[in-house]
Design a protein around this ligand. Structure first.
Ligand SMILES: [Zn+2]
Length: 130
């Protein structure tokens, strides 16, 4: 049954640091099928090529800006095309300093992955519990 939460799931994870007990957190994973990936890829390409088109009007700087945005658009296109699982809204508590926070994850979901505590700047490791 397709519901409103289709394509999204809450994924619990474990955060481990150098000291202290490992803590738990959750991240929302958005799943994209082939068609959604294509749509997102073209939307990204269109956006950056649109920016490139506007920057044609910027004097002198357009020699750098236009090709940069065109290339960035292509890069975004392939990034999005390859992103089947997107990590958003990751929340957890740092095992080292105890600060609860939203975590900056790599947009393309993977596990394990390194994360950095915003409070104490220590490198932490995010893993999915077995
Ligand atoms: Zn910390």
């Amino acid at each position: 049954m397709p519901g409103p939460s289709q394509g999204r799931r809450a994924q619990p994870f474990i955060l481990s640091g150098y000291h202290g007990e490992a803590t738990r957190g959750t991240v929302t994973i958005r799943e994209f099928n082939r068609e959604q990936r294509m749509r997102r890829a073209f939307a990204g390409l269109g956006k950056w090529w649109g920016v490139a088109l506007i920057s044609v009007l910027v004097p002198v700087a357009h020699f750098v800006l236009v090709p940069s945005f065109l290339l960035y658009g292509v890069w975004q296109f392939f990034q999005r095309l390859g992103t089947a699982e997107l990590a958003t809204d990751a929340r957890g508590t740092c095992p080292d300093c105890g600060a609860e926070q939203t975590l900056e994850l790599a947009p393309r979901w993977r596990s394990p992955q390194p994360v950095t505590c915003k409070q104490c700047n220590r490198g932490l490791r995010l893993t999915v519990p077995p």
